[in-house]
Write a protein that binds this ligand. Structure first.
Ligand SMILES: *Cc1c(COP(=O)(O)O)cnc(C)c1O
Length: 354
């Protein structure tokens, strides 16, 4: 009998990506939608599931969902790849284009999963630094491209956890310099003023990744997709496991697209609330940064971020504690909730900072 052996040495002993799930009244720590999907969607899904041939494997090419997404984004179905959350899209991209002897570039601070998934797939990670205001430092972009020659370059727009978008001229400049694929993670793309989707075509090495987890109120469904040149989509299909998108999920996604206007109404409401929180921050002793997403990063001035996080928690308000993350010293990130949740958050924060 073999002994229990240690895990792959190249994984290192990193900590997983977890946000504590504690029981609180106001949960504003994981950037989900505060609203459930429309009741009409749930009814339609119920009927669709009742009619599914469960003894058969699902449509391997998720034809209906893919056609719906292609129509939504104004591209051809061959330019759409779907997976179990956008994180699986990212993993599949790295399985196809990363791996041993290749490098992925990230610009910190950014979404921790980009470097984490790279490492898990055996891909080396090259780290670039941002400016102090969290915009991309184009000199450092040039340095990373030249030194690391990344096969995959990750951007995140709006960037989690800073909230900033990468403007069109920046994405174009990165595309010009990158020797490999540029992957723009747009998990919050629908909250934002601009999308890199307009730059996707058959010859540009650009992949835009989106998810149903945030704007579509479907985090529990685990459904994400990317829009890319069809040759990239074909490569992803070759490396992903067979039948990876189950039939219930395909139905859930396809039916959700019927409720696009409801989704857009939720976004408009959340963006309005984001404006209200930003305005309230202007009158509080916090530093903050402009956000195009459903969350805002802030840093209490002259106060320990961990203490403020704890004091909010004692008032049953949970935000994301980034205070001890590299480059984000003292920062907290609040997800935009319902108006009532945002009121509770702002009242608690005013009390704590007084
Ligand atoms: C929330 C988030 C995702 C979503 O991942 P899913 O697997 O689709 O739930 C992806 N990228 C970023 C930057 C995120 O913040």
């Amino acid at each position: 009998m073999g002994a229990l052996i240690p895990v792959r040495e190249d994984l290192g002993l990193f900590e997983g990506y977890h946000s504590p799930q504690v029981d609180v009244d106001v949960r504003l720590n994981t950037n989900e939608s505060p609203y459930p999907p429309p009741a009409g969607w749930l009814d339609a899904l119920h009927d669709a599931i009742a009619a599914l041939p469960f003894h058969r494997y699902p449509d391997r090419r998720f034809t209906a969902l893919r056609a719906g997404l292609a129509e939504l984004e104004g591209v051809r179905p061959e330019q759409v790849f779907v997976a179990n959350g956008s994180n699986e899209v990212l993993q599949t991209l790295l399985l196809a284009y990363g791996g041993p002897a290749r490098t992925a570039a990230v610009f910190e601070p950014t979404y921790a999963l980009h470097s984490h998934i790279a490492t898990v797939t055996g891909t080396k990670v090259a780290v670039g630094e941002r400016n102090h205001d969290f915009t991309l430092d184009m000199d450092d972009v040039a340095r990373v491209m030249k030194d690391a020659e990344p096969a995959v370059t990750f951007l995140c727009s709006p960037n989690n956890p800073t909230g900033r978008i990468e403007p069109p001229e920046v994405v174009r400049a990165v595309l010009e310099q990158a020797p490999g694929l540029v992957v723009v993670d747009e998990a919050y793309g629908q909250f934002s003023r601009w999308s890199a989707l307009e730059l996707v075509d058959e010859t540009t090495p650009l992949v835009v990744v989106r998810t149903f987890s945030k704007t579509w109120s479907m985090a529990a469904a685990r459904l994400g997709y990317c829009v890319a040149p069809s040759s990239v989509v074909a490569a992803l299909e070759q490396v992903v496991l067979p039948y990876h998108v189950d039939a219930m999920k395909q139905a859930a996604g396809t039916l959700a697209l019927r409720f696009k206007s409801e989704m857009q109404a939720r976004i408009a409401g959340i963006n309005e609330e984001r404006g209200r929180i930003a305005a309230a921050f202007a009158d509080l002793p916090v530093d903050t940064w402009p956000s195009d997403a459903n969350f805002v990063l802030f840093r209490p001035v002259h106060r320990d971020g961990n203490n403020v996080w704890q004091a909010l928690l004692e008032r049953s308000v949970l935000v994301r504690n980034c205070a001890s993350w590299p480059r984000l010293s003292g920062c907290l990130r609040v997800t935009i909730g319902t108006p009532a949740e945002n009121d509770r958050f702002l009242a608690a924060l005013r009390e704590v900072l007084q």
